[in-house]
Design a binder for this molecule. Structure first.
Ligand code: ATP
Length: 332
């Protein structure tokens, strides 16, 4: 038993493997997600994050291993009896049903009486601040509103864990930011576990309490957003999380954050480079650099520094950093 959990929805994958024919999609996954955690499964296309989520939801059966929710093995249960609810990439609302009936749908399937399921659905619409639009059809809602109805529909069964598969990818950038903030707020208010699959590191950094970075069906690195971003363990993690330069030094491979990479006079610093471009970013400048082995690096430079020492493409520089900003990497 786990002790001292206050939120709901503790999840555990114990040596979970999924094979499709001869191919291994998820490879002996061991993962503990504490109750009440916002967890993002992050990684490139094909790394196994959706398959992991689908196994948790019960839409896919693992080849071996155990999946536990609140310390109970759930692998034998159908999706509707697991205590999980899934929200899909497309909102997939029923077009001919009102918002209220969309939200109440799964309760109808479970035989809940009309008065009770409508009362519960209204409560969920209140949570997502759409009570006033209860009688509208999905086509009469904006994309962001449809997304909130989909969320209310997933939450109406009172799940211990909400599973979200790329929930923001269909939204335009403005809405994406807004819905993202709402997801975080709902998760905090409900105190349940959210498991959110994304290939966007920004999304994971903004939302997660626990970032799980996957590669080839395995966990490459996990931790708080700060831990995973600030101290990548491998070149893959450094490159995927972004914001780092991966540099080979005689003593080994290292990462250093682009905002901690200093441009020094030629001959100074640890490695030589040539400036390729200087781009204005609004808050400063992004200087792209080419290393002696054609490596591409970036240094973020603020306006004052650029004014003090103008930089131009073609210019030779040295790259330096403070010792505490250097992150040694394990070889991939
Ligand atoms: N039903 C299936 N049959 C055969 N292979 C599958 C099936 N589903 C997934 N795979 C394979 O398993 C691997 C992991 O797929 P998965 O969908 O979990 O990756 P993902 O990280 O979610 O990728 P994406 O971001 O593209 O959705 C991939 O190589 C994929 O081709």
């Amino acid at each position: 038993m786990h002790v001292g959990q206050t939120g709901r929805g503790a999840i555990e994958f114990v040596k979970v493997t999924k094979r499709f024919g001869g191919a291994v999609a998820v490879d002996a996954l061991d993962l503990k997600i504490p109750a009440g955690t916002y967890c993002c499964l992050l990684g490139p296309s094909g790394c196994g994050k959706t398959t992991s989520l689908r196994m948790l939801a019960g839409h896919e059966r693992q080849s071996s291993g155990d999946i536990l929710l609140n310390n109970s093995e759930i692998s034998g249960l159908p999706p509707a009896r697991r205590g999980t609810a899934m929200m899909f990439q497309s909102y997939a609302l029923f077009p001919h049903l009102t918002c209220l009936d969309n939200v109440a749908f799964s309760l109808r399937m479970r035989g809940v009486l009309k008065a009770e399921r409508h009362a519960k659905a209204r409560e969920m619409l209140r949570l997502v601040e759409l009570e006033a639009l209860a009688d509208r059809l999905p086509a009469q809602l904006s994309g962001g509103q449809q997304q909130r109805v989909a969320l209310a529909r997933a939450l109406v069964t009172n799940p211990a864990a909400l599973l979200l598969d790329e929930p923001l990818s269909a939204l335009d950038p403005f809405l994406r930011g807004r819905v993202r903030a709402e997801l975080k707020r709902f998760q905090r208010e409900l105190g349940i576990t959210f498991v959110h699959v994304t290939h966007s590191q920004d999304e994971a950094l903004a939302l997660a309490d626990l970032v799980v970075l996957m590669k080839d069906g395995r966990i490459e690195q996990q931790g708080t957003p700060f831990e995973v971003f600030d101290a990548p363990r491998t070149a893959f993690a450094a490159r995927f999380m972004g914001g780092h330069n991966v540099i080979r030094l005689p003593e080994g491979l290292i990462a250093v954050r682009t905002d901690r990479t200093r441009l020094l006079p030629p001959g100074a610093g640890a490695v030589p480079a040539t400036i390729r471009d200087v781009e204005y970013t609004g808050t400063g400048y992004a200087v792209t650099l080419i290393g002696p082995g054609r490596e591409e690096w970036t240094a973020l430079v603020d306006e004052a520094a650029l004014r003090a020492r103008p930089l131009e493409s073609g210019q030779a520089v040295g790259l330096g950093w403070d010792r505490e900003d250097l992150r040694p990497l394990a070889e991939d």
